[in-house]
Design a binder for this molecule. Structure first.
Ligand code: SAJ
Length: 449
């Protein structure tokens, strides 16, 4: 029987449902539709469903708009509400709902469980279910498999197929990375792995077969590796600040070693994945007394506070107080050239500065998020009459900043706090700015602490 499903997949004769039409789910739906499958993108939000059915992408992701408009037009892609009950005709279901963490850093599976309730009710023999949401180790075996089996009365890897296929796409490059990044496929049994691998081979250049738990841990390991490395770069930046040395120079020199690749320091780690995935990895871990993963989280979470300290230091040097200063914050997106501000380090920085009574104005060319501060429509509007400029995101527009013009618009004795290290410190100082960068503090340090 499994051969029949594989044959249908190869001939693109199956209908697919995507549960959860966010950045990942919608990109997945559009890519499978483009490959020739009939796809239904399901979501609980009517505004997403309506937008997609009008051929418009609700998400700003390069290439996605073209895929959606083309495939909606030719009838291969359709969006639907969960309540539309279109599931009954599905041959494969890809679940891509969010799996956040709770306040106490434990997995919050409520969205996933809701989605599984719907899947379980319509599950029939010979259907493939794959999960792309990020999961703590053993969630497939201990939570998802029993849930679907008990709801359907069917046996996984015998009656239906179940696999974990973690997404590995970076926002801002989702479509390209979906196709080009090797895709891990881990079934709860060998048949499940085989069927799911066949499905993903129709759209991904490389598919690597493994088991469900290995795939869960590999996915978490990737993001945790990055988080730990970023924390290392940040600690290095703090050490360099104390020694009045430029961390960028240190990283450049150290990276000339053939086995060293230090990441970039910055204002913290944001986005929907890196700040939570290390906690998912640690979910059931009991064995560690001194824990590098948790420590990295602490370092990364500390950085927004450090940026505020640099701002206060800069204002003090300019003989100004936070309460009487106008501060322009550039960037509320969590990283360069995306419109996503989830868990952005700009949020705590803006909140701390607002608490200190500062007058904050923010500008982001992609995001209309202000985190409680006034929002400017342009860079020049934001910097006009500001005492301090805080660069939080390295958007292209900010990397090409005309410092001279900015200097003219800002107040006398104005400062730059460069959390992304995109401004040349010498150039800034030559133009009369007081310059403070993460990992570069020229004028002593002691009174910051
Ligand atoms: N950051 C630094 N220094 C660096 C690199 C990043 O401070 O050297 C910061 C960024 O500014 C940002 C945060 O880290 O605030 C996260 O950005 P990112 O580009 O590292 O990652 P995401 O969250 O956009 O996407 C990651 C990716 N994982 C890896 O690169 C290992 C992506 O492939 C995953 O699909 C995604 O997480 C996910 O959904 O899990």
């Amino acid at each position: 029987m499994v051969e029949k499903l594989i044959e249908a997949i190869r001939n693109k004769k199956i209908t697919l449902a995507l549960l959860g039409s966010g950045r990942v789910g919608l990109s997945t739906a559009a890519i499978f539709a483009e490959a020739g499958f009939h796809v239904i993108a399901v979501d609980i939000k009517p505004e997403i469903v309506n937008t997609v059915n009008n051929g418009i992408s609700p998400i700003d992701e390069p290439g996605l708009q073209e895929l959606i408009s083309h495939n909606v037009k030719i009838g291969r892609l359709k969006a639907a509400l969960m309540s539309d009950n279109l599931f009954n005709r599905m041959d494969a279901i890809i679940v891509s709902v969010q799996t956040p963490i709770t306040q106490d850093k434990k997995p919050n599976l409520s969205f996933l469980i809701n989605a599984l309730e719907d899947v379980g009710k319509i599950l029939k023999k010979e259907i493939l279910v794959t999960i792309s949401s990020t999961l703590a180790p053993r969630t497939m075996l201990e939570k998802i498999r029993p849930k679907l089996e008990s709801l359907s009365g069917l046996k996984s890897d015998i009656d239906f197929y179940l696999a974990y296929v973690p997404e590995r796409i970076a926002p801002g490059n989702a479509v390209k990375e979906f196709i080009n990044s090797p895709r891990l496929v881990g079934g709860v049994g060998p048949k499940s792995t085989k069927v799911a691998a066949e499905l993903f081979r129709t759209v991904c250049k490389t598919v690597i077969e493994t088991d469900a738990t290995t795939a869960e841990i590999a996915k978490l390991a990737e993001n945790t590796f990055r988080d730990v490395n970023i924390a290392f770069a940040k600690e290095l930046a703090l050490i360099c600040e104390q020694c009045s040395v430029d961390v960028m120079e240190v990283i450049k020199l150290a990276n000339t070693h053939p086995r060293v690749n230090i990441h970039m320091p910055g204002p913290g780690v944001g986005g929907p994945c890196l700040p939570k995935d290390p906690y998912l990895l640690l979910n059931q871990s009991k064995l560690v007394e001194y824990d590098v993963i948790k420590s990295a989280r602490v370092v990364n979470d500390y950085m927004p506070k450090h940026i505020v300290r640099l701002v206060l230091r800069a204002l003090k040097e300019a003989e100004k107080g936070a309460g009487s200063s106008r501060i322009a914050v550039l960037g509320t997106a969590y990283k360069a050239d995306v419109d996503d501000s989830r868990l952005s380090p700009s949020e705590p920085v803006i909140h701390y500065l607002l608490e200190l009574g500062a007058n904050i104005i923010v500008y982001d060319p992609y995001c209309r998020e202000g985190f409680g501060a006034e929002i400017a429509d342009s860079l020049h509007e934001a910097v006009k009459d500001a005492d301090c400029l805080v660069i939080m995101t390295d958007h292209k527009e900010f990397r090409n900043l005309c410092l001279k013009k900015v200097r003219m618009l800002m107040k006398d004795k104005s400062a730059i706090v460069d959390a992304k290290r995109i401004v040349n410190p010498l150039k800034a100082e030559k133009l009369g700015f007081l310059y403070y960068g993460v990992g570069f503090v020229k004028r002593g340090y002691k009174d910051i602490y």
